[in-house]
Ligand binder design. Structure first.
Ligand SMILES: N[C@@H](CCC[C@H](N)C(=O)O)C(=O)O
Length: 272
């Protein structure tokens, strides 16, 4: 089977073109593909499937995806399914153009969190309208080097965004954060962030289903929302280990902009 590899600020993905929905992608096949020694290595898999060929019910928030030609079936590196991936959807959009599956640079991509409008910019960036950002109240986690408090935020998927007072490079993210299942029944991605100058955040993330990654688009949006006064609009530049993205928050919704690159294409020999 053909594959491609891409990344957005070094949040990297194996891309599996499956237009007709012929692939039965198991959790163990995803984990084998994402293994950085025995597989291709990635933070997640993007299955590129026509929405009409999807063998999955799209209801609730996902229902708005029914009108999209292409659906991003996102899987974390451990094989678990996620609702949304902000860097993934930008790389997915770049792939659709690269592969000639769409010709115009402005379109909507279906996700489990709903349809997301993307714009492929002339400078190599991809901008995505991330939909509503919901701040749900305070929450906490136990990290390897101590407890952190932050805001529980939904960007279609669950986050705990925690402001810290020290450089984020000093925070120990080697172990999975311990979360309260009552606060996070479906788990969460945990961000630590610090405002380094007005309008600029630095951030690191421990992703649900993937461990620490070098960037997380939904996490970048969650950190920006946690850094913004309730109800206010704002623009943030967010520095992550893998690069820089910008976030515009307006009227309770977010727009994320940053680079998205396809780095390789080839033939998979691993069974999927
Ligand atoms: N890297 C992604 C988020 C991927 C899904 C996440 N790990 C989850 O389980 O919710 C991003 O760029 O948003």
């Amino acid at each position: 089977m053909r594959f491609a590899k891409g990344h957005g600020t070094e949040n990297d993905f194996v891309i599996l073109p499956d237009p007709d929905g012929a692939l039965e992608l198991t959790a163990s096949a995803v984990a084998a593909l994402c293994d950085r020694r025995a597989g291709l290595g990635a933070d997640g898999v993007l299955r590129v499937v026509r929405t009409k060929a999807l063998d999955e019910r799209l209801d609730g928030a996902a229902a708005s995806s029914l009108g999209c030609e292409w659906f991003m079936d996102y899987r974390n590196a451990d094989g678990s399914v996620a609702e949304m991936c902000g860097n993934g959807v930008r790389v997915f959009a770049r792939y659709l153009l690269h592969a000639g599956l769409l010709a115009d640079g402005v379109f909507e991509v279906g996700t489990r969190a709903g349809a997301r409008r993307v714009t492929v910019e002339d400078d190599g960036d991809v901008t995505v309208d991330m939909g509503p950002v919901r701040v749900l109240g305070p929450g906490g986690a136990l990290l390897a080097d101590g407890a952190v408090r932050g805001e529980r935020i939904s960007v279609g998927n669950p986050h705990l965004a925690c402001r810290v007072e020290r450089p984020v490079a000093e925070v120990d993210l080697d172990r999975a954060p311990v979360l309260d299942p009552e606060e996070f029944p479906a788990g969460a991605n945990v961000e630590v962030f610090r405002e380094v100058e007005p309008g600029v955040l630095e951030m690191r993330v421990y992703e649900r289903g993937a461990a620490e990654t070098r960037s997380c688009g939904t996490g970048i949006v969650a950190a920006a929302a946690a850094a913004t006064a309730p109800g206010a609009d704002a623009e943030w530049t967010v520095r992550v280990p893998g690069g820089v993205c910008t976030v515009l928050l307006a009227a309770g919704a977010a727009r994320l902009r940053g680079p998205a690159v396809i780095v390789a294409e080839g033939e998979l020999l691993l069974p999927v």
